[in-house]
Design a protein around this ligand. Sequence first.
Ligand code: ASP
Ligand code: CP
Length: 306
Amino acid sequence: MIKHLRSAADLDAATATLILDTAGEMAALSGREVKKLPALRGRTVVNLFYEDSTRTRISFEAAAKRLSADVINFSAKGSSVSKGESLKDTALTLQAMGADAVVIRHSASGAPHRLANWVDGSVVNAGDGTHEHPTQALLDAYTMRSRLGRLDGLKVAIVGDVLHSRVARSNVLLLTTLGAQVTLVGPPTLIPLDVAAALAEKTQVSYDLDAVLPDSDVVMMLRVQTERMQDSYFPSAREYSRRYGLDVARMKKLPEHAIVMHPGPMNRGMEIAPEVADSPRSTIVEQVANGVSVRMAVLYLLLGGK
Ligand code: ASP
Ligand code: CP
């Protein structure tokens, strides 16, 4: 087993499949009256969050607690980071407290790689800048596999703000490792040529959502990440929505069996219409629930739980 999960590229097909299978076993637990396993008793998991999060932070906490680990939640706001303390000094402080795993979210791409040089425990990337979010990709793959029965040969359209999306990057790496065919869809400004070229070996690129939908098993809508935009990438929210938003009329172009995903949080009415987000095709709430099982599997396997 790998020691760290910094990138979806850390996972070969066998390791990724082992995590998904283990997540399936963890999910069976959530139906039981007593949800706890003693697997990580006496181990310490630190959640080190320098960027805001709802789903990821809470589900890592729930996952570690269900495995009986001790959990320390650190958020940069309200910590000595505001006094100028560096990531390295913060890491050494956590190290002194004996962290067996550090789950990190940080605005700097590559922060988990640097952290892994400073701590003895496992490092899990919970989202670094615009770079990667590997456990999101794992929970997305888990959701696709449980809804559609397979990943190999599955046609997945990832739609929208690819440029700023760590979710897209990790999904491209993981899904193609597991045999899915990925098409990136969005305005050219949000899938610039260098990004398209970097991913070209693994994916196709289209600027025409209506053309891609009829041939997709999965459509994954991405949030438009205005907080990461310094320029204007499209004329207006309305225009973006008209070309790349998933509304009810567009959803009807999907094959009968196709599912609609979104990592959350959503801009309802922009990249996804509320009726679509709340429709039976939508797996958005399921993705969150699956996130706990997948993160339990990751912590369990990385820490060599018994
Ligand atoms: N929550 C995901 C992330 O942190 C996706 C998003 O924010 O749009 O990357
Ligand atoms: N999908 C996701 O990572 O959500 P949060 O930013 O709320 O953790």
